[in-house]
Write a protein that binds this ligand. Sequence first.
Ligand code: KG4
Ligand code: ZN
Length: 346
Amino acid sequence: MEIILGIESSCDETGVAIVTSDRRVLAESLASQQADHAPFGGVIPELAARRHLEILPDMIANVSQQAGVKPADVTAIAATCGPGLIGGLLVGAMFGKGMAAALKKPFIAINHLEAHALSPRLIEPNLPFPYLLLLISGGHTQLLICEGVGRYRRLGTTLDDAAGECFDKCASVMGLGQPGGPVIEKAAMLANAHHDHGLPRPLWRQKNCDFSFSGLKTAVARQCQSPFDVNNLAWAVQRTIADSLADRTRQAMRVFMETHPDAARHMVVAGGVAANKTIAESLTAECAAHGFALHVPPAKLCTDNGVMIAWAGWERYAARMIDPLDVKVRPRWPLDPIAAKEGARA
Ligand code: KG4
Ligand code: ZN
């Protein structure tokens, strides 16, 4: 049995976990900095990096103790090296590299998006490659085909805002709290009129797998200039985002079936927005219509965490993908280098 220590520090969550090759999470710890950044209305990169630096040493010590694993007993150390905020990435990567150097253990540089992509395989040993992945978080909205460890084909990405970012910005102009997704979901449950308020659905039915959400935020801001019912507007925002995600996913399912006609049809949803019930229902219907099995990892594994970094570390270690200690952190690091070269966004 191999033991992997994983470190996540790409944004405003510090995560550390120890995971085994036989899919056991021996210990994990997650600290959110949300309260630190809240007064500023967004994540302050410099502040985020300092918080990671303050908290990581104790966190690693505590997780090792809880797991009953001495640092010298780990097989390898994995840390997020991108994409994300450079200060936080440097802190996590330097910790990981420092430990790897001191303990003479292999270091594995993890792409945060790959960790999201591989996370369902931690709990579903029988989830085979290839599978379709919808990654919906505060920072990313992408459709990918996961063909194997280190092999991803990006079908589409957002041209502007991420889905979670759209929830957050809409909540903010509507005078609701943060994070926007859960508060909009809660308000929508109290709606007494189910009407889409004429909100825009960019790229609707278009033959690509891209997304666009910035127009929705602008339209909501405009509606907020006149008197409005917050719950009914929340319902409309949630409905519009759910419909857009389902429409773009439908297109991606077609591409998957065309490019992998013989593959079993599996669809995975990851990222914080996957916690939304209305979105899950829309995707469930879409999957049922096209014969895809839907996999939504538990919310705890869907949002940023150290467990998924440790697990991706194991998957890469098992594939002999070990990195030199001078591997660089990469604030931008697309999973599909071909899509990136074509000039599309990361
Ligand atoms: O994956 P995540 O925890 O962090 C990253 O962005 O990487 O995702 C956070 C995002 C936020 O934008 C938040 O508003 C959204 O996920 N979110 C939700 C829900 N819970 C979290 N969006 C819609 N409905 C939810 N229930
Ligand atoms: Zn993430």
